[in-house]
Design a protein around this ligand. Structure first.
Ligand code: F6R
Length: 615
């Protein structure tokens, strides 16, 4: 978590670039923000404010914000409460250096103690301040230049970091380094940009270098980008061209990114399928599955590792792969998998699902599975992020940058890729009858249009939200492919509206949750016309018998459930295995509108961050 931005050049003022960059990275954390600038007189100023980037801007209104060199940070607190004191950048004791940091220095307490014994005084409770003080201590004690001091210091720290440093005595240079936390350098004409991802950079240049773990970038005016290792070996930076349209990371007339991203889903899923589904031949090709065909068809087992919403997509993937390909699939929380010495080996394929491609637990699970000899397949959104780079192969979901903290289009993108994966693998293994395969492919292509139809219920869902905003608890029920949808609906609601919500397999209700039901309890039930319809209908009767209030997602034209439910949202018919792609959408809208009615900060809910780079 935390967002990092940097700029060094001669032609432009740094402050506006840094602030705009921070706004784009605010999804990574937003409990405080700060900026360090070197002005024309070589003075280094640090300004910080508790709260969002807008609070920092207001704070800086009467400050000297001139200068064409600077670094800036938006924070998601780990060590030390959210406050302006703990906000980054942090000065070194002499105030010659300023640092910003994303990650955690695990052995900070031990280093801090040693430095304090040497008379170093600390102002904040953060692990980051320890790092800048250590660098300065090494620099002055051993009379080293900044780069060497950084290398020596980073050898001593345990943990994860993306850092950027300014030294006011060398205002023509910014130094940045990374281990486990992402960092991208943008290369302009006589200027450099820095970002936790490419979004603060793309407005100015499309040439970027994704720093590798253990690399240090030296951005010096008048020189080419220099990249070295911690051991000071010179490395050749690989310059890539990024292809992100600025419109993709702006709100485009919607009041919130979340709503924009919900409405983008038809287009996103078309992009996700483009070049992969051949509509004339009703066939799917994933290049990763062609290149690594034998690994994948010979897999004895598939293990899916992910967190949060991506884990829910994994649960749908499991049902799809098991049904179509007859390979056993386990779905694991990455955070559990990595710490329990799992049984995994060379006959296993591990699929890591992650929107950001940076989730620390998922990345660690990938590394562990790799060590144990498994073949690793990534399903990610952020191009060039850490997880895709750590995998053997994979498929990008191509839904464009997701800015709203609550994941929406990434979920449907992940489910779409998992569907294409299962179909391609099933075809290669010969485990799915051809007519069945064709039927699913044909229907998958229709899904974007069906989602468009579902989006027309937006106003109806907004009305429903007004009716149910009073609730303190919600239950979400579904069976089969709809069970993960119930989990996802509940997660969406709790994360943005702070209403407690639980997702359950509908039949499990009788084994405990039914005790919660009374006339105050809204229960969202996915009750479409599929194999489980009759059973789910009985579950609804059980809820009504206890005065629960039922919001049912039903198939278009349903007349039975509609009579007993308090409210219904109609969904277009589709195949059962593809229902999650349409049924999730009204649940995203419901959570969105309830949060709006409650006046919550939809795009940046409290305590959350988009990219969870701490474990
Ligand atoms: C929920 C949400 C989180 C993420 C989880 C994993 O809306 O966004 O639960 O799904 O933090 O993140 P990624 O997919 O980036 O690994």
């Amino acid at each position: 978590m935390c967002g990092i931005v940097g700029y060094i050049g001669t032609k432009r003022e740094a402050f506006p670039i840094l602030v705009k960059g921070l706004q784009r990275l605010e999804y990574r954390g937003y409990d405080s923000a700060g900026v360090a600038l070197v002005n024309g007189n070589h003075e280094l100023s640090v300004y910080k404010a508790k709260g969002k980037v807008a609070d920092l801007e207001a704070f800086c209104a009467d400050k000297d914000i001139t200068g064409s060199v600077g670094i800036a940070h938006t924070r998601w607190a780990t060590h030390g409460e959210p406050s302006s004191l703990n906000a980054h950048p942090h000065y070194s004791q002499s105030k010659n250096l300023a640092i910003i940091h994303n990650g955690i220095i695990e052995n900070y307490a031990e280093i801090k103690k040693k430095l304090m014994n040497h008379g170093v005084k600390f102002l904040s409770d953060t692990d980051t301040e320890v790092l800048v003080q250590l660098i300065e201590y090494i620099q002055s004690k051993k009379n080293l230049d900044l780069l060497t001091a950084v290398q020596v210091a980073l050898h001593q720290v345990i943990g994860a970091y993306a850092i950027a440093l300014l030294d006011k005595r060398h205002p023509d240079t910014v130094i940045a380094a990374r281990k486990q936390s992402p960092l991208v350098v943008g290369i302009g004409d006589g200027e450099f940009f820095l970002g936790s991802d490419a979004s603060p950079i793309i407005e100015y240049t499309d040439k970027v270098v994704y720093l590798e773990d253990g690399n240090i970038a030296v951005m010096k005016l008048g020189e080419d980008l220099k990249v070295v290792s911690l051991q000071n070996e010179k490395l050749l930076p690989e310059i890539k061209t990024v292809d992100i349209d600025l419109g993709q990371i702006e709100k485009g007339g919607y009041p919130h990114f979340m709503l924009k991203e919900i409405f983008e889903q038809p287009e996103c899923l078309k992009n996700c399928m483009r070049g992969r589904i051949n509509v004339e031949h009703d066939s799917v090709k994933l290049s990763a599955l062609i290149d690594y065909r034998s690994w994948l068809i010979n897999a004895k087992r598939i293990i899916i590792v992910a967190c949060g919403t991506s884990w829910h997509a994994g649960l749908i993937g499991k049902q799809m792969i098991e049904t179509f390909c007859r390979i056993p699939v386990d779905v694991e929380y990455a955070s559990e998998f990595r710490y329990r010495n799992p049984v995994v080996g060379k006959d296993d394929v591990v699929i890591a699902i992650s929107q950001s491609g940076e989730t620390a637990d998922t990345l660690a699970a990938v590394e562990l599975a790799k060590e144990k000899g498994a073949f690793i397949y990534g399903i990610c959104n952020a191009i060039g992020s850490s997880i895709p780079r750590a995998t053997n192969t994979g498929t990008y979901i191509h839904v464009g940058p997701e800015i709203g903290v609550a994941s929406t289009k990434a979920f449907t993108g992940q489910v779409t890729v998992l569907t294409m994966f299962a179909l391609t693998l099933a075809e290669a293994k010969g485990t799915l009858r051809h007519n069945e395969y064709t039927r699913i492919v044909k229907e998958l292509v229709e899904i974007p249009e069906k989602i468009k139809e579902v989006l027309k219920t937006n106003e109806q869902v907004a009305d429903l939200a007004r009716t149910f905003t009073y609730a303190h608890n919600f239950l979400y029920l579904g069976r089969g492919f709809s069970y993960p949808v119930a989990l996802e609906g509940a997660l969406k609601l709790k994360e943005i509206s702070y209403i407690h919500a639980e997702g359950y397999p509908a039949a499990e209700m009788k084994h405990g949750p039914i005790a919660l039901i009374d006339s105050d309890m809204p229960v969202v039930v996915i009750a479409t016309h599929n194999a489980m319809y009759e059973k789910v209908r009985s579950n609804i009767q059980e809820i009504k018998a206890r005065q629960g209030r039922v919001i049912a997602l039903v198939s278009k034209g349903d007349t039975t459930v509609s009579k007993i439910a308090d409210a219904v949202i109609e969904l277009p018919d589709t195949l059962e295995c593809l229902e999650p792609l349409v049924a999730t959408v009204p649940l995203q809208l419901l959570a969105y509108h309830i949060a709006v009615c409650k006046g919550k900060d939809v795009d940046q809910p409290r305590n959350l961050a988009k990219s969870v780079t701490v474990e």
